[in-house]
Design a protein around this ligand. Structure first.
Ligand SMILES: Cc1ncc(COP(=O)(O)O)c(C=O)c1O
Length: 423
């Protein structure tokens, strides 16, 4: 029996997160055995250039020596205590020092928890109920935020999740990305990925985030940037720092945990002080601010500076240009958006500006073949057309070159598939 068959007997779909199951690209997932830098090896010993990097959690690459050492040292002192620790303070300070306008943070264990808790905080602080989110933006799988949520749901063509009662989403309004909605004074908060990366990569059009900021100010609603992907990835101050727009609250995750379960939400002091034990909004966690996760996060942040972000953006730029060229050479009109260190890939013509335009391309059936051709050539990108490509510090010219050469061969398959459908 294969490992996947064993997995399917005891884990629904054989996976602990649906997008890993390869359902939208066909076939069976490989099982990762180990990673080093830009590379992953599967249980059969095959090596892949890994552009998934745990969906953005490992910006330094796999098993970075500084992270491994920090984790080992922390673990030797105990894995969790239930009492506050020095490193929680240091990590909170490191986040607040880097993100202008973020005055306090609370550490949690996943991006879902951050999203769920930031909404409760915003509602508690404003005394209002309604939340506005954008179609195609993903903020974790909590009930109230699981409407038109992109990524895994989009890849599985699930319009909504079963098990979410109507009441849980009654106060969630979903509007199109890149259009500033008109708000009223019933809105507690607007939550947005400032650079959308869960419907493929869709950067904000000029004026969108500025418009959200002023519309929120007009009605007294809080603006929340979900920077679980973009935080500490597109630059030291995340998307808000790079774009110069300051929300009231943020969600962070992925990079700040160095590959361990750690996330955070934070923002304006007066709003964050609504949280217990200071205020009336309850939020808690046995493993929140875990000593091993904070050690990993601090080790990562320590190694990221202007120079490293510039290097990663250079890699991302070379990869985007290479993919675009390889696809164009094969006669495939593709859209390869890039925002700083993030790259997207749509196997069809743009412009892609929102969930509808993203779905029109991502759902055209060309991605699965391209994905499998890359995988066969030893290049791992996400097994779903709605994910970003995560360049990191461990990727360099050799990995870009190997990937672009594999993409050039895979593009021939895309071109043939397009010709076959046209006939
Ligand atoms: C923008 C954004 N917010 C929230 C989440 C949820 O994070 P987690 O998977 O850690 O629960 C994700 C996960 O991909 C994300 O991309």
């Amino acid at each position: 029996m294969t490992l996947f068959e064993r997995a399917e007997r005891v884990i629904p779909g054989g996976v602990n997160s649906p997008v890993r199951a390869f359902r939208s690209v066909g076939g069976q997932p490989f099982f990762a055995a180990r990673g080093q830098g830009a590379y992953l090896w599967d249980e059969e010993g095959r090596r892949y250039v890994d552009w998934v990097q745990s969906y953005g959690a490992t910006i330094l690459g796999h098993a970075d020596p500084a992270v491994v050492e920090a984790v080992a040292r922390a673990a030797a002192d105990g894995t969790t205590y239930g009492a506050p620790t020095r490193r929680e303070v240091e990590l909170a300070e490191a986040i607040c020092a880097r993100v202008a306008g973020c005055e306090m943070v609370r550490l949690v264990s996943s991006g879902t928890e951050a999203g769920m808790s930031v909404i409760r905080t915003a509602r508690g602080a404003t005394g209002r109920s309604r939340i506005v989110k954008f179609a195609g933006c993903y903020h974790g799988h909590s009930d109230g935020l699981l409407a038109a949520a992109g990524t895994g749901m989009a890849a599985l063509v699930l319009p909504d999740s079963a098990g979410v009662p109507a009441g849980a989403v009654a106060d969630t309004v979903v509007v199109p990305y890149n259009v500033v909605p008109e708000l009223d004074d019933g809105v507690a908060a607007v939550i947005v990925e400032p650079v959308a990366a869960n419907m493929g990569l869709v950067p904000p059009v000029p004026g969108f985030l500025e418009g959200l900021r002023s519309e929120c100010d007009r009605v007294g609603a809080l603006l929340i940037f979900d920077e679980v992907i973009t935080g500490f990835r597109v630059g030291p101050g995340g998307a808000s720092g790079l774009l110069g727009i300051t929300p009231d609250l943020w969600c962070f995750g992925k990079v700040i945990g160095g590959g361990l379960p750690l996330a955070a939400f934070g923002g304006r002091r007066d709003v964050m002080e609504a949280l217990a034990p200071l205020g009336p909004v309850y939020q808690a966690g046995t493993l929140s601010g875990n000593p091993i996760a904070t050690a990993a996060g601090l080790a990562v942040l320590d190694l990221l500076d202007a120079g490293t972000y510039e290097a990663i953006a250079g890699t991302a730029g070379a990869l985007a240009a290479g993919l675009e060229g390889a696809l164009a050479e094969a006669g495939v009109e593709a859209t390869v958006p890039r925002f700083a260190t993030l790259v997207g890939l749509f196997l069809g013509p743009g412009p892609v500006t929102d969930y509808d335009t993203a779905r029109a391309v991502a759902g055209n059936g060309l991605y699965p073949g391209f994905f499998h051709d890359l995988l066969d050539a030893g290049v791992s990108v996400a097994p779903g057309a709605y994910e970003a490509i995560f360049a990191g510090l461990a990727h360099g010219p050799a990995e870009v070159d190997l990937t672009v050469r594999a993409a050039a061969r895979a593009a021939q398959g895309v071109s043939a598939a397009m010709a076959a459908t046209a006939r």
